[in-house]
Design a protein around this ligand. Sequence first.
Ligand code: NAP
Length: 320
Amino acid sequence: MRQTTMRAAAIDRFGGPEVLRIHSVPVPEPAEGEVLIALDTAGVGSWDAAMRAGWSPTGHTEFPLVLGSDGAGTVAAVGPGVERLREGDQVYAYGFANPKGGFYAEYVVVKEEQAAPIPKNLDLLRAGAIPTTGLTALQGLDDALRIQPGETVLIHGAGGGVGSLAVQFAKLRGARVIATATGEDGVEFVRRLGADEALDGRREDLAAEIRRVAPGGVSNLLALAGGAGLERCLDAMRDGGRLAYPNGVEPEPKPRQGLRVTTYNGEPGVEQFSRLTRAVEEAGLQVPIAAEYPLGDAAKAHERLAAGHVLGKIVLRTRA
Ligand SMILES: NC(=O)c1ccc[n+]([C@@H]2O[C@H](COP(=O)([O-])OP(=O)(O)OC[C@H]3O[C@@H](n4cnc5c(N)ncnc54)[C@H](OP(=O)(O)O)[C@@H]3O)[C@@H](O)[C@H]2O)c1
């Protein structure tokens, strides 16, 4: 018989990392078209910290709130009408502000199309680290910028969760990649991931540095961090260039004449996941894990997130 309650890292009020505590909550039931996943790994994202502190994407919050928007595990049960996934399948999944509870838990229920078999070259730990960031990186390049082989793309904020994957996907698409990160370790990190040029995005002469490696200016910019560094990247763009950034990048860039801007959200879906899986396998994707914590240390994971300069991604092991 399946267990009816589970451990989850949840909050019963908004606040700092310390409000994240282990709760015992009911295991959600999969309804029609939904799957129950016994989680192995959950991703820890900056948007989780924003929700913990009081941001509500839906406008209302019910406590206890289980945080977490993505992860990976094994399908434990399927609801009526589920056709693509079966009990026992190893899957990765993305459910933002998931109505049946977040991923910082032993189990999660999502719609079937929000989950997909994990890529062949990843284990559950690495697959669980990439659903949100991988979909967001790939859709930024493919759908928002429509990067073509031979084009140059500037990826600003490439040392983080989305950027570390975007560098590799842009190389897979045949682009020349100029990446910015912070600090010597960050610059070295994005170079190792395949960036053709790696620059410290905090340099005051960033625009000149970009123009040094791309003399005509750049036509494509994927921005994963906002502020002065992003404005300097924009100073190095060609007229008529394209800027894409996922919602959440702040402060948002100031409007500029002649710049084509696309803001977007990373979206799950059957086509989106199969494109991601193909790209992960073709790229032989490296998934940098900056730190992993057991579920009971979710507060520590959020403290680490708040300390900043996370190269890659923080994850929780939800079975531990
Ligand atoms: N709407 C959506 O669907 C969606 C989905 C995923 C992510 N997002 C948003 O996308 C953004 C990126 O997400 P993420 O998970 O990749 O966040 P992240 O892991 O925090 O990455 C952001 C990166 O930008 C770097 N950075 C900051 N200032 C910089 C500068 N001047 N030069 C170079 N690098 C700089 C940071 O480095 P340091 O830490 O060293 O400062 C960090 O490595 C966030 O704003 C997030 O909210 C939106």
